[in-house]
Design a protein around this ligand. Structure first.
Ligand code: CTP
Ligand code: MN
Ligand code: MN
Ligand code: MN
Length: 403
């Protein structure tokens, strides 16, 4: 009887954007392996294979319980031979031999370290690897020419590879809001990316900025950036202006997945006192909120995390700040719902939404608009709910977009 329950067969729709995928993953033993193989493929310029592994992982993430038998996978979408082999290996041996070999592979190890530098992509990392560079020490000694982003990335490597906590994201959010309101009082700031999906940590913090009156968002970013810069909040920033209107793309053929909003890729300098102030009981009491019981826990949590992560580094015990990657994007209000949907992720969820739109609905979805290729019209939307409705999809809450 229990055996039959164990072998319950799952049913999963083909597109990740049709599934509710919370952070409660019952199959991490498999999805960690598949994600690592996806990463290996992406570092080898095998993007198709990478997506295949990510789709397979997203199927397992959506299952209500742990897979215990290959039989349970019958009829599930997106599980190719290769992914099934990996799952079978783990079921039989507890680990995947391919994953084990990969984690011992010199090229994989080196490329992971090198692409872990902000501003360094696969191409650059691969060139350095072929020049014999395997780690940061060798990179620093060989002194190749680095652009400004890479210099900042190398300088703040340890900080930027330490997970950003929700408390830190909230502290940054307060600074960004202060900056935005100072230069444009009616503008609005929304947290996007992984933290909007309910994640407790992230590799960066993502914000979307808009103004309730169309057009009033123009020119906002440079003002926000100089406000932040003049107060010493930015260790690095690169602002790209909005290129949507002058783009060559027809409505039905966006040239790439890259959107064209005015944006700022930055590295913030977050004071530790600032981060703690955001959670200080007095500060909360001032706002009429009750002091939270977990304040000391979350603060000591930070300390533990830092001690653990800085074991093999220079002593940083007296450093009073840390570097945090922050992405800022400005959207006109007319495109806000599309921008919000596009910047909430996950990356696979976004990819699957666009694939669904194109293949199932003959529509083109971007972070700017939704175009109906049959009717030859743009479909307007003031909320994410309306976009899902246009696409003929059930609404999926951000917490359930963790494909
Ligand atoms: N994004 C984008 N264009 C970029 C970079 C990111 O449209 N040049 C979108 C991605 O599609 C994703 C969202 O921004 O939907 C957030 O991306 P990112 O910060 O890389 O990932 P997160 O999901 O936030 O995960 P993490 O916690 O690692 O930051
Ligand atoms: Mn569950
Ligand atoms: Mn993010
Ligand atoms: Mn980001």
């Amino acid at each position: 009887e229990t055996n039959e329950a164990e072998k319950v067969v799952f049913s999963v729709p083909s597109y990740a954007c049709q599934r509710r995928i919370s952070l409660d993953n019952h199959n991490t033993i498999f999805t960690d392996a598949l994600s690592l193989l996806a990463e290996k493929a992406e570092l080898s310029n095998e993007d198709g294979r990478g997506v295949a592994f990510r789709r397979a992982a997203a199927v397992l993430k959506s299952l209500p319980r742990t897979v215990t038998d290959m039989e349970q996978l019958k009829g599930l979408p997106c599980l190719g031979d290769h992914s099934q082999r990996v799952i079978k290996d783990i079921l039989e041996n507890g680990v995947s031999s391919e994953v084990k070999l990969t984690t011992q592979n010199e090229r994989f190890k080196a490329l992971k370290v090198l692409t872990g530098i902000f501003g360094v992509g696969t191409k650059t990392a691969d060139r350095w690897f072929r020049e014999g560079i395997r780690n940061l020490t060798q990179l620093r000694n060989s002194a190749p020419s680095l652009n400004r982003a890479q210099q900042a990335g190398l300088e703040h490597y340890d900080d930027l590879n330490q997970a950003v906590t929700k408390d830190e994201a909230d502290a940054i959010g307060e600074i960004v809001e202060k900056a935005v309101l100072a230069v444009s009082p009616r503008s609005e700031v929304t947290l996007t990316g992984g933290f909007r999906r309910g994640k407790l940590t992230g590799h960066d913090v993502d914000f979307l900025i808009t103004h309730p009156e169309e057009g009033k968002e123009v020119g906002l970013m440079p003002k926000v950036v100089s406000w932040l810069e003049s107060r010493g909040y930015l260790l690095y920033q690169k602002t790209t202006r909005n290129s949507y209107l002058e783009s060559e793309d027809g409505p039905g053929r966006p040239s790439s997945n890259m959107d064209r909003f005015e944006r700022c890729f930055s590295i913030f300098r977050l004071e530790k006192t600032e981060r703690l102030n955001a959670k200080k009981p007095e500060a909360l009491a001032e706002n009429g909120a009750q002091p939270q019981e977990d304040v000391t826990c979350s603060i000591s949590g930070h300390m533990q995390l830092q001690d653990k992560d800085s074991q093999d580094e220079q002593p940083t015990g007296d450093k009073l700040w840390r570097a945090v990657r922050v992405d800022l994007v400005v959207s006109p209000i007319s495109q806000f719902a599309f921008a919000l949907l596009g910047w909430t992720g996950s990356k696979l969820f976004e990819r699957e939404l666009r694939r669904w739109a194109g293949h199932e609905k003959a529509m083109s979805l971007s972070s700017h608009a939704l175009y109906d290729n049959n009717q030859n019209i743009y479909l307007r939307a003031a909320s994410e709910e309306e976009i899902f409705a246009h696409l003929g999809l059930e609404y999926i809450h951000p917490f359930e977009r963790n494909a």
